[in-house]
Design a protein around this ligand. Structure first.
Ligand SMILES: [Zn+2]
Length: 324
């Protein structure tokens, strides 16, 4: 029976239930938080708030959230463990590195950055760090990462982005866990992911192209789906440069064209994200964990998406992604 590692230990993939494939619990900037903690408030309040919000999500029938919070997004697993103990949800966590441009300074003078100085090819320490998170557990917590995460955004395949992407590919080959890539579909960065992962021998069926739902270019998305990639329609509720209808209609059209097996659904929400001013958060009233079940699914059904297709996007596709 294939299993996936969660914060509370291994779970049969058949028991994951409905899965939201890209939700954060927290997105934080730790050195800002440690020095300017006023907005964060107290640890106890934040944990209690997270438990309340995640329990509301569990009440909609969702069984699992997949949390791609890695280096660069403030991952801190002991806090997630406290929360996981108090909610009726599986929480699946990740390893990897999130950057749109350069690698974090920690890596600037390590690994391949030393190649020229040493006149030899130096292995990237990121690879062993990612593998250790997956095989031994994260920072002594015993919690094992179940997937890998990297990013590419509008700046494209910068040296730092490429270094992380190739490290993720190598860690994938050593562990066989799947991958989620933050992409920017408006500038067609999925094609760069396709090129690098083809060179690295990564099977696109093990890769979610996150934020695919940020575009309404259905022809571009079907091209990536035809290559085997899983499309993350995973920012429902972030209606800043787009609308609820634009996001939902893209899923409707992809379902109509027979692509339900290529999509997963999520919201990229968080209990607390310090990247966004609280007044903006108040404007984004649909950016919450329960938006898909309360508003998106009813809309999809009204527009011809079948229960079978919804089950495929929420249950079968995530299970297949982790089954390998
Ligand atoms: Zn995210």
């Amino acid at each position: 029976m294939p299993q996936v590692q969660t914060v509370a230990g291994p779970v049969d993939t058949a028991e994951l239930g409905g899965v939201l494939m890209h939700e954060h619990v927290f997105v934080l900037t730790p050195d800002v938080q440690q020095n300017f903690p006023e907005e964060w408030g107290s640890e106890e309040e934040r944990v209690a708030d997270a438990v309340t919000k995640l329990q509301a999500l569990a009440a909609t029938g969702v069984g699992t959230i997949v949390d791609p919070t890695v280096i660069g997004l403030g991952r801190y697993i002991p806090r997630i463990q406290r929360i996981a103990e108090q909610v009726d949800l599986n929480i699946v966590v990740a390893t990897g590195c999130y950057t749109y441009e350069d690698v974090p300074f920690f890596f600037h003078h390590r690994g391949p950055a030393l190649d020229a100085a040493l006149g030899t090819s130096v292995p990237d320490p990121m690879v062993d760090m990612f593998v250790r998170d997956i095989t031994d557990g994260i920072a002594g917590t015993g919690v094992r990462a179940a997937f890998l995460k990297c990013a590419i955004d509008r700046p494209g395949l910068t040296r730092g982005v490429e270094r992380v992407m190739r490290a993720v590919a190598q860690a994938h080959h050593r562990t066989d866990v799947p991958i989620t890539v933050h992409t920017h579909p408006g500038s067609r960065q999925g094609l760069e992911v396709q090129r690098v992962f083809a060179e690295e021998g990564v099977d696109p069926r093990r890769v979610v192209l996150g934020h695919s739902g940020d575009t309404t270019d259905v022809d571009h998305l079907t091209e990536l789906a035809d290559a085997g990639f899983v499309l993350g329609m995973d920012r429902f509720g972030i209606n800043l440069d787009t609308t609820f209808e634009a996001r939902a209609d893209t899923v409707v059209e992809l379902c109509r064209r027979g692509y339900a097996e290529s999509m997963v659904l999520s919201q990229d929400a968080a209990c607390y994200i310090d990247w966004v001013d609280p007044f903006v958060m108040e404007m984004l009233t649909q950016w919450r964990y329960t938006h898909i079940h309360e508003e998106v699914l009813p809309y999809l059904r009204e527009h011809g998406v079948t229960d079978e297709q919804i089950e495929t996007m929420l249950v079968r596709n995530p299970r297949r992604y982790f089954d390998g």
